[in-house]
Write a new protein. Sequence first.
Length: 319
Amino acid sequence: MKEIELKNLDAQKFISTQVEAIRDAVGDGLAINALSGGVDSSVVTMIGHRALGDRLKTYLIDNGLMREGEPQQVVAVFRDQGVPVELVDARDEFLGALKGIHDPEEKREAVTQTFYKKVFRRLVLDSGAKHLLQGTILTDIDETVAGIKRQHNVFEQLGIDPEQAFGYKILEPLVQLRKDGVRKVAEALGLPRSIYARMPFPGPALAARVIGEATPERIALVRKATSVTEEVLAASGAFQCMAILHEDRVTGMRQGKRDFGLQIEIRCWDSVDARNAVPTRLEWETLENLSRRILNEVPDVVSVTYNIAPKPPSTMEAV
Ligand code: XMP
């Protein structure tokens, strides 16, 4: 499959080609997909519904790792588009699978396995669907094949046959696109700006923003830091911004006493397609405001840092 670059992308033509391809592949059967609210899975949901109508069942799986209020907000956006989405509460399963795991790749693997082998597998089997629609994009494949980071949704290119491993076929309508192309298609589909201009958010979600063990308490803490960071940096125009909770504690002081506290690292990126990125040149006042709010609103934090290393050699996420 060849890359379709943004300058060569005719969004309406792309949509009708993919609608046809999905109809051909699924025939008169059923398909299923998981929506996270990110632009990739949102586009797949809309194209899938155009192709199959109510023969596509869309689920939003609440893995306990999403941002504040996100599952309910996303379901509401799609309800407005006339697309029914069923919210599945799988918080305990994911948080249970992450228990005791510190290694970044093992954490990714725990999220992947819980999603595909347990929660989603159960939904597929219950629905009788033989096809799964998934929003894998070209960058996911590139980085996984290069061994940089195992993206949660890449199988075939790693020699994994999803049909054998999980019992269903995976259709990937967006594999020829990168993020900029997906956003153009999202807009052409009539999705709202909150979706087509949505900041990227990783598959392992807030588990990718906690260094070390992603316990419910540490997830709750980084969720709060994420809300503050996204709010303060909303006007920055950055490609992506994030708060990361570090594993190491550092010495701080509170009320005149030593406080061995937590560290939050802020990252804010300028990028076109996430392959390369440089830290945004934020105003010092903005950084001070962010630091003040995190120190006041996120419990136990005594250190707030801003990452100034570009990708490469950094990656955008810390895990
Ligand atoms: P990295 O950290 O690989 O991220 O430079 C590139 C872009 O992909 C987004 N993203 C993911 N990153 N695992 C990741 O590490 C995932 O499963 C994933 N899904 C999306 C990431 O947020 C950044 O925009």
